[in-house]
Write a protein that binds this ligand. Structure first.
Ligand code: FES
Length: 115
């Protein structure tokens, strides 16, 4: 889904690719917050911006080998929203982040966020 003439229903542009390459981006609308980052140069990822371990904002973290790293205790998350804990122990305080299908179109990161 890399070149798309028409936006599919329920999708929206979240931020520019340039911004997402520079740092993880927090995007909020309708009370929902997601974090946008780049797994690779042209491959975005979008998941809920909330660490299930202790509710930190993942957008305050950083990207390492394509995964986003929580700033508090270094849990890492892939584009599928699945977590890995440095200790191997996964004691979550909340649900794992939902992941959203995402792609690049015309210099912006898009995601299917509704439905
Ligand atoms: S709050 Fe994210 S790893 Fe602890």
């Amino acid at each position: 889904m890399h070149s798309m003439k028409q936006a599919p229903p329920g999708s929206r542009a979240l931020c520019t690719v340039l911004a997402a390459r520079a740092a993880p981006q927090r995007v909020v609308w309708d009370g929902r917050a997601v974090v946008v980052w780049m797994v690779e140069c042209d491959q975005p990822a979008v998941i809920d911006d909330r660490c299930p371990h202790g509710n930190a904002r993942l957008s305050d973290g950083y990207v390492l080998y394509g995964r986003i790293v929580c700033p508090l205790h270094m849990w890492t998350f892939g584009a599928d929203g699945r977590a890995q804990a440095p200790s191997g122990r996964m004691e979550a305080a909340g649900p794992m982040p939902q992941s959203y299908e995402s792609w690049i179109s015309e210099g912006e990161v898009w995601a299917r966020v509704d439905g």
